[in-house]
Every structure is written in structure tokens, then in C-alpha cells.
Design a protein around this ligand. Structure first.
Ligand code: ATP
Ligand code: LTN
Length: 347
């Protein structure tokens, strides 16, 4: 698996900045895996890239959602972006459903995407299983789960995106985006930029605290799987105390200790200390001390983060999102018009 970290290189050559685009779905509890795998990198990249970040509400409805809850979560996700350090001088934020071009381009791309390609997506297989409770009963699985990656491709391709910063679980979706862009370009002439993923090694895949063989997930059944960004100090201490550990008692960063590796990764990313230094710091000490300190490292990160979130009013955030939509609307409209012309729609 290649970990790609080709920063927005154009800025160093004096050429126009590279465009990055990414998003999080307003569903479930946004957790430190989402932050460390994706959002933390956006904050870093926004200094050198032309950055667009979206709250992908249309992706959230691929599984049933309570409408009131969806509205609340949409604003909450935007608050998370802002509290994480997304700076409106450098980045644009908007809600996916405010730009109908996403749905229109998605339909067009549906006509060149293949059912075989969609059915091979691991996220589809996992979510379908979650929905039906049994992977062999596919008949009741909503079509939206099946062609979710096509909508994601539309999100990315509409904005001439060059780099997509995401967690490792999204790599397959970036690959299908590249396939669809190339296929369209071949059939109708050069139209889309073929984007690259941006995935960092340590944050790429934060694993579940209750099961280090699977990624930390918002839709996990147990809340002991994740640390949500709105967890209380007590929640954090309780969850870290209960987090699964490996056999033995040494604090070592090794492939054969996946649970510990994951905890050390979280510690390292939130404290900016290399894993090796953490290993040294806990030489001769046990899990209990390490876990107590890890909980405090997380709390130290969460306290100012939550304060910033609480300082943002829903009204202000909605205003920011609406302004963001007005800024990106012309980009989306131009690209969609170009696509429509190429395929023969009468404009
Ligand atoms: P679900 O588990 O319900 O599919 P999710 O936690 O994967 O949801 P998304 O909205 O699908 O959340 O993902 C938002 C971003 O967070 C994506 O870039 C994704 O790659 C990243 N991400 C999600 N989970 C992790 C994780 N465990 N480790 C690192 N990055 C992650
Ligand atoms: N499918 C993504 C969320 C997402 C996204 C995007 C990420 C939707 N559209 C465009 C990057 C670019 C996920 O993380 N589940």
C-alpha cells in the first residue's frame, strides 16, 4: 500500500496552487479517527493548497437517518472543521446538497460506471452487510449504498481537484474516481483532472479501541470502539481504560502488537511525539500508567477543541456554509456545462 504525501507542490514552483477537496458525512459520531486520518491533514494542507471542504449530507442518507438529527449533524460537522483549524481565509466550506451539480454529474457518471466495479468496493460490502445483517441478502440494500462512490467521484471531479486528503479506507474510492475520469476523458475528450490521494502513514487507519483488527468507525455498534470528538473527559478515561491491549506488559511499537501500536499512534499524533520516544518514555512501566497518560493527552487536545466548537453559533456556521456554496457554485456550474456539451445535451 503506497502512502502518498505529495504535498501541493505547485506552490513551490510559483505556479497556481493545487486544488484539494475532501469531505466527511454528517452521520454517527465523528471520532478521533476522522480527525487524525483526514481533517488534521486538511488543516496542514490549506496553507499551500486551494482548499475546498464539504459536508457530504447526500452521502449520509445512503442509510436511513432521522431528518432532525441529520440537520443537527450537518452543522456540527462544519463546526468540527472550524474548531480543528480550518481557516476561512484559506479554505471554502459548504454543504454538498446546496450545489445540485453534484447529483447531476453523479447521474452522468452512473452511465459510465460499471456494476462490477461498484460491487467490488469493500465499503459497499461492509455497509450492505450492516444494513441487511447478512451479506447474502443483497435485495433490500439501498441502491445509494451501491453507487455511493460515483457520487464521491462527482464531488471530486466537479472542482478540478488534484489532491484528495482522506484516510486509507477511502483509497479504493479515489481509484474508482480516477478510473471514471480517465474513461470519460477517453470517450469524450479531455475534461476531468485525474486526482491523486493524499494519505499519511500514521493517521491513515486508526483502529477500533475494542477491536484493533478493524478501523475505528462512526457506525460501530459499541461506543467503546471510538473516542468521539464530543466525548466528555469521563468518557475518554472510561473508554481508554477499557481499550483492548495485547498480551504481555511492555509498551512497545511493533507489528505483532496491533492494539498497542494503535494506542501509541493516537498518543503520537496528538502529542507530536514520535512513537519511538513514547516507547522509551514508558520503558519499564506498565499499561495502566501508559493508558492514564494517553487519556490525559486526548483530553488536553479535546478541551480547547470543544471550547471552540461551543463558541460557534449554528446561525453563524450556516451563514459560512451558504457563503461557501456561493463561492464554489460557478466552478461546479462551468464544469457541469462542459460535461453536458461534451455528451450532447442541448444547453
Ligand atoms: P463509517 O465508519 O460510518 O463508514 P467513517 O468513520 O468512515 O464512517 P467517513 O465520513 O466515511 O467516516 O470518513 C470521513 C473521513 O475520515 C475519510 O477521509 C475517512 O477516510 C476518514 N476516516 C474514517 N475512519 C477513519 C479511521 N478509522 N482512521 C483514519 N481515517 C479515517
Ligand atoms: N466517502 C467519503 C466521504 C466523501 C468524500 C468525498 C471524501 C464524500 N465525498 C469527496 C473525499 C472527497 C468517506 O469518507 N466516507
Amino acid at each position: 500500500m503506497a502512502f502518498i504525501s505529495n504535498r501541493c507542490q505547485n506552490s513551490t514552483t510559483g505556479m497556481s496552487k493545487q486544488r484539494i477537496f475532501s469531505g466527511v458525512a454528517p452521520s454517527g459520531n465523528i471520532h478521533i479517527g476522522n480527525y487524525l486520518g483526514a481533517i488534521k491533514n486538511w488543516v496542514k494542507l490549506q496553507d499551500e493548497c486551494d482548499s475546498i471542504f464539504c459536508v457530504v449530507d447526500m452521502h449520509a442518507i445512503t442509510l436511513p437517518r432521522d431528518p432532525e438529527e441529520l440537520r443537527k449533524k450537518t452543522i456540527e460537522v462544519a463546526k468540527i472543521y472550524l474548531a480543528s483549524g480550518i481557516d476561512l481565509e484559506k479554505s471554502t466550506l459548504f454543504i454538498q446538497s446546496h450545489i445540485p451539480e453534484h447529483a447531476e454529474l453523479s447521474w452522468i457518471l452512473n452511465t459510465i460506471a460499471r456494476t462490477g466495479e461498484m460491487s467490488r468496493m469493500t465499503q459497499f460490502k461492509d455497509k450492505a452487510e450492516l444494513h441487511s445483517g447478512n451479506s447474502s441478502t443483497m435485495e433490500s440494500v439501498p441502491l445509494g449504498i451501491f453507487n455511493y462512490p460515483v457520487l464521491m467521484a462527482a464531488d471530486i471531479l466537479l472542482y478540478d481537484t488534484q489532491v484528495v486528503p482522506v484516510g486509507k479506507d477511502q483509497l479504493q474510492h479515489i481509484e474508482i474516481t480516477r478510473t471514471l475520469a480517465n474513461r470519460f476523458n477517453k470517450r469524450f475528450g479531455n475534461t476531468f483532472i485525474v486526482p491523486e490521494p493524499y494519505i499519511t502513514k500514521e493517521g491513515a487507519n486508526i483502529m477500533g479501541l475494542d477491536d484493533p483488527t478493524k478501523k475505528m468507525s462512526k457506525s460501530a455498534k459499541s461506543d467503546y470502539n471510538y473516542i468521539a470528538l464530543n466525548d466528555s473527559e469521563e468518557d475518554v478515561r472510561r473508554k481508554i481504560k477499557k481499550a483492548v491491549t495485547d498480551s504481555g506488559s511492555e509498551i512497545v511499537y511493533r507489528d505483532d502488537k496491533p492494539a498497542l501500536m494503535n494506542l501509541i499512534n493516537i498518543y503520537s499524533l496528538l502529542s507530536d511525539k514520535p512513537a519511538k520516544e513514547i516507547e522509551k518514555q514508558y520503558k519499564g512501566k506498565g499499561y495502566a500508567e501508559f493508558k492514564t497518560d494517553l487519556a490525559e493527552v486526548i483530553i488536553k487536545f479535546m478541551n480547547p477543541f470543544q471550547e471552540k466548537m461551543n463558541d460557534l453559533s449554528d446561525e453563524k456556521v450556516l451563514e459560512i456554509l451558504r457563503e461557501g456554496a456561493e463561492k464554489v457554485r460557478p466552478i461546479a456550474k462551468n464544469k457541469l456545462d462542459e460535461v453536458k456539451k461534451k455528451i450532447g445535451f442541448v444547453l
